[in-house]
Design a protein around this ligand. Structure first.
Ligand SMILES: NC(=O)c1ccc[n+]([C@@H]2O[C@H](COP(=O)([O-])OP(=O)(O)OC[C@H]3O[C@@H](n4cnc5c(N)ncnc54)[C@H](OP(=O)(O)O)[C@@H]3O)[C@@H](O)[C@H]2O)c1
Length: 243
C-alpha cells in the first residue's frame, strides 16, 4: 500500500506559506503547518485542511527546529517535501548603512539562513528515507539581483541560493534541493509597499505583481520535476530583466 506523501511548510500561517500549504493539501498531501508567533492563524489553517496539523516552532532556534522535525517524525514517520518558506526582513534604504545594525543582521540571517539550514539538517534523515525527498527554499529576486527591502535581507537570500546549490550537490541522489526566487508578491508582508507595487505593475514584462498562488503553483511544478535539482527559479514577472 502506498502512503500519503507528507509536506512541511515553515512559516505557513500567512502569505506564500499558507498558499503553498493549501495547494499541497489540494494535491492530496498530508501537510504540517508551522509558525513561530501566529499560532491561532496556523491552527485555523491546519483545521481547514483535510489532513493537516499545526506545529509551533521558531526555526531560528536550533532546539525548536529539531523539535519541529521530531514532531513530524513522531506523528507521521515520514517527510517527502520540506518547503523552507519562513523568513523575515526589515525595510532599510540601502544607503542608510548605520540602520543595518549587527542586531538587524543577526535577526535576518538567524531566520533566513541559519533557520533554513538547521530545519533542513533536522529534516534530512526523513527526506533521505523518503526515497524521493525534496527541499524547496523560498528565496527572493533580491538574492539574485542587487535589490530588495534591505542589504541584510538581499544578502540572506543570496546565501539561501548558494546553500541550495551546495546542498543539492551534497545530498543527491536521495534528496533534491531547489529554490524559488519570487519578485513582489501580494501578502501581508508587502501590504505597505504601495509605491513599489505601482512601479512593478507599470514596468515588469508581465505587468502585475505576483500572487501567493503563483508561487504555490511553482512549488508543485518543481516537486514534479524529478530530474531538476540545484536550481533557483525566478518567479518575478520578469522584474530581474529590468534591475
Ligand atoms: N511577499 C513577497 O513579495 C516576497 C518576495 C520574495 C520572497 N518572499 C519570501 O517569501 C517568504 C514568505 O513571505 P510572505 O510575504 O508570505 O510573508 P508573511 O505573510 O509575513 O509570512 C511569513 C511567515 O513566516 C513565519 N515566520 C517568520 N519568522 C519565523 C520563524 N522564525 N519561525 C517560523 N516561522 C516564522 C510567519 O509567522 P510568525 O511571524 O507568526 O511566526 C509567517 O507565517 C519569505 O521567506 C520571504 O522572504 C516574499
Amino acid at each position: 500500500m502506498t502512503r500519503t506523501p507528507v509536506a512541511l511548510v515553515t512559516g505557513s500561517s500567512s502569505g506564500i506559506g499558507a498558499a503553498v500549504a493549501r495547494r499541497l493539501s489540494a494535491e492530496g498531501m498530508t501537510v504540517v503547518v508551522n509558525a513561530a508567533r501566529s499560532v491561532d492563524a496556523g491552527r485555523r489553517l491546519a483545521a481547514s485542511l483535510p489532513d493537516a496539523r499545526f506545529v509551533q516552532a521558531d526555526i531560528s532556534d536550533e532546539d525548536q527546529a529539531r523539535r519541529l522535525l521530531d514532531e513530524v517524525a513522531d506523528t507521521y514517520g515520514a517527510l517527502d517535501l520540506l518547503v523552507n518558506n519562513a523568513g523575515v526582513t526589515r525595510a532599510i534604504p540601502h544607503n542608510d548603512l548605520e540602520a543595518a545594525t549587527a542586531e538587524v543582521w543577526r535577526t535576518i540571517l538567524g531566520v533566513n539562513v541559519v533557520g533554513t539550514w538547521q530545519t533542513t539538517v533536522a529534516a534530512m534523515p526523513l527526506l533521505r528515507a523518503s526515497g524521493a525527498g525534496h527541499v524547496v527554499n523560498i528565496s527572493s529576486v533580491a538574492g539574485v539581483r542587487p535589490a530588495g527591502s534591505s542589504v541584510p535581507y538581499a544578502v540572506s537570500k543570496a546565501a539561501v541560493n548558494h546553500m541550495t546549490r551546495l546542498l543539492a550537490a551534497a545530498v543527491g541522489p536521495e534528496v533534491r534541493v531547489n529554490a524559488i526566487a519570487p519578485g513582489l508578491v501580494d501578502t501581508p508582508w508587502t501590504e505597505t509597499f504601495t509605491e513599489i507595487r505601482e512601479r512593478v505593475r507599470e514596468a515588469v514584462p508581465l505587468r502585475r505583481t505576483g500572487t501567493p498562488e503563483d508561487i504555490a503553483e511553482l512549488v508543485v511544478g518543481l516537486h514534479r520535476a524529478a530530474y531538476t535539482t540545484g536550481e533557483v527559479v525566478l518567479a518575478d514577472g520578469g522584474a530581474h530583466l529590468l534591475i
